[in-house]
Design a protein around this ligand. Structure first.
Ligand SMILES: Nc1ncnc2c1ncn2[C@@H]1O[C@H](COP(=O)(O)OP(=O)(O)OP(=O)(O)O)[C@@H](O)[C@H]1O
Length: 236
């Protein structure tokens, strides 16, 4: 197994406030990993740093042996919330943008995923419901052929049927050697997908554990374990 992601001594502050402190992580390739933490814990911030969107002020992030921000940015598929697109843009134009910007974007994969999720390329972004927009975000992210995918709250604001569809598309279109990190508050729903969890608490990586170990050592499901860590009623 190769190491896809390594973080050494990462510290990150925003407006003089510590957001992430002393983050160290080693992630092997091929896994689906849940990034869990309460609102404001720093999950999105950490994903943006890993994806090369935000600069790393202190520490080193290595993705697939790359440390240069621009190289990492081209090689990590981060679920973009599409806020940079105008409301009247058509889905087909967004897809074309992805094709132009990311050489690893697979049109064939996009067609398969978008058909499965029922996306209509002739629609405008402003005409999409929250759920359909969520499906589009996941379809675009998964259509890149790369080694590391970061899905930031892919189920947020989405109804249960669509959540199931999104989860099954993640399982169906994940390559064996690619790695997916997912942050979401629907912990029980994503639990069945996960190999490992990273728990962010008190501005740092409180724990990295396999789902198997959580079940064997603590006899708890992922959500119960995570909640009990936050309540302080269980320790590592
Ligand atoms: N632009 C900003 N300026 C100042 N503080 C910020 C900024 N963006 C985020 N923060 C702070 O950084 C911390 C981490 O935010 P972040 O969005 O990474 O958390 P999160 O775990 O993704 O939360 P959520 O689950 O609510 O999405 C929060 O305390 C937030 O208030």
């Amino acid at each position: 197994m190769t190491e896809i992601l390594k973080i050494n001594n990462l510290n990150y502050k925003k407006n003089n406030k510590t957001i992430l402190a002393d983050i160290n992580l080693n992630i092997d390739s091929g896994k689906i990993i849940g990034l869990l933490g309460e609102n404001g814990a720093g999950k999105t911030t950490l994903m943006r740093l890993i994806a090369g969107i935000n600069s790393v002020p202190e520490g080193v992030i290595t993705v697939n042996d790359m440390t240069k921000k621009s190289a990492i940015k081209q090689n990590v598929s981060f679920s973009d919330h599409l806020d940079g697109f105008g409301k009247s843009v058509k889905l087909s134009e967004i897809v074309r943008f992805y094709q132009n910007v990311y050489p690893d974007f697979s049109q064939a994969k996009y067609v398969e995923i978008s058909e499965y999720l029922g996306l209509d390329e002739t629609k405008r972004l402003s005409a999409l419901s929250t759920g359909t927009r969520g499906k589009l975000i996941v379809a675009l992210a998964l259509s890149r052929e790369t080694k590391l995918y970061l899905l930031d709250e892919p189920l947020s604001g989405i109804d249960s049927m669509s959540r199931k569809k999104i989860i099954s598309s993640i399982i169906r279109w994940k390559d064996d050697d690619s790695t997916i990190i997912i942050s979401d508050h629907y912990v029980t729903e994503i639990a069945s997908l996960l190999d490992d969890v990273i728990i962010i608490k008190d501005e740092t990586v409180y724990e990295v554990s396999s789902v198997e170990d959580i079940q064997e050592k603590h006899h708890l499901g992922v959500e119960e374990y995570y909640e009990q860590i936050y309540e302080g009623s269980v320790t590592k």
